[in-house]
Design a protein around this ligand. Structure first.
Ligand SMILES: Cc1cc2nc3c(=O)[nH]c(=O)nc-3n(C[C@H](O)[C@H](O)[C@H](O)COP(=O)(O)O)c2cc1C
Length: 282
């Protein structure tokens, strides 16, 4: 029988740092799976140019980098685990660079959808968690992946996370989620049951999930969710994609009018560390 393919993606530069160790410790708990690893900061991932070219049927992103290769690795895996350090209260930047290319992943949705994915956030301290875990869940989900479980691993020095007495329990929990145990939202009543966010806005005296606009009232120390905005479910995602394609078509019709506005704002004295790029750019 061919082994299940587990793809471990670390967003840390640190060799045998906490993220890399978490990936390997989870894989140890899945002995019949075959682990392959990718160090995301070693990839060439360019910033999305915002041209929406990848949305058009049959079109491809024209950035020459490793994003398409990365998507193929993801598609080829049976399960994924991202291990991502918290930098400055949020997931380290390479995760956002990859998530910003999510529109390019849309063409692969049929092969990516529902791909079981475990998330590990490595971080120094709980009081500096910031928005990191919520953002990580949203960034991975933006690629069309199904987030089976998220765990937080605390440690500042490389390998320190493994000293935590709950390290083995947490890696086992991720392994279990990858091997098919039903996904569960940690901290029910404190996180949005649909998207996993624990960031909320006050809206008309209620709590509104900052990501998916689900609504909740407070009952004791817990939130009771009573409304889920249709736009942020699976059907809503498809409707949003159609809307985006519509905007691309609309752009063709509005192009001249918009270009007139742009012409008033072209040029400028742009500074660049590369001399040839500086000057009065048109
Ligand atoms: C530039 C930088 C910023 C960091 N910011 C945070 C932070 O905001 N919150 C936090 O809990 N840890 C923060 N950390 C600590 C790392 O998240 C932590 O050491 C993590 O375990 C690193 O994982 P790694 O060993 O896989 O690289 C920061 C570390 C660095 C280098």
């Amino acid at each position: 029988m061919t082994p299940q393919r587990l793809l471990g993606l670390t967003a840390s530069h640190r060799k045998t740092g906490n993220s890399e160790i978490v990936l390997k410790a989870v894989a140890e708990k899945l002995p019949s799976w075959e682990l392959s690893l990718v160090r995301l900061p070693d990839l060439k991932i360019l910033p999305c140019k915002g041209c929406y070219a990848c949305l058009m049927p049959g079109a491809r992103c024209n950035l020459a980098d490793d994003m398409e290769w990365l998507l193929e690795q993801i598609i080829g895996a049976d399960g994924l685990i991202f291990a991502v350090p918290n930098y400055v209260m949020g997931p380290v930047g390479i995760m956002k660079m990859i998530a910003d290319r999510a529109l390019q992943a849309v063409a692969h949705y049929d092969r990516m959808r529902g791909k079981r994915t475990a998330l590990a956030l490595t971080l120094g301290r709980e009081d500096y968690r910031g928005y990191a875990d919520t953002a990580l869940i949203s960034q991975a989900a933006a690629l069309g992946l199904f987030i089976s479980r998220t765990e937080l691993f605390y440690g500042t020095h490389p390998a320190e996370a493994a000293l935590d007495e709950r390290f083995s329990e947490k890696t086992a929990s991720l392994a279990l989620a990858l091997s098919g145990e039903k996904a569960e939202i940690p901290n029910p009543g404190k996180r949005c049951p649909r998207c996993g966010s624990d960031l909320f806005r006050l809206r008309d005296g209620e709590f509104e999930c900052a990501l998916c606009k689900a609504r909740a009232t407070q009952e004791g120390s817990l939130l009771r969710f009573h409304y889920f905005h249709p736009e942020f479910g699976d059907e809503g995602r498809e409707a949003h994609m159609k809307w985006l394609v519509g905007k691309k078509i609309e752009f063709r019709e509005m192009k001249e009018r918009l270009s007139e506005i742009q012409s008033r704002y072209r040029g400028g004295r742009w500074l660049s560390p590369r001399q040839e790029q500086a000057g009065d750019n048109e």
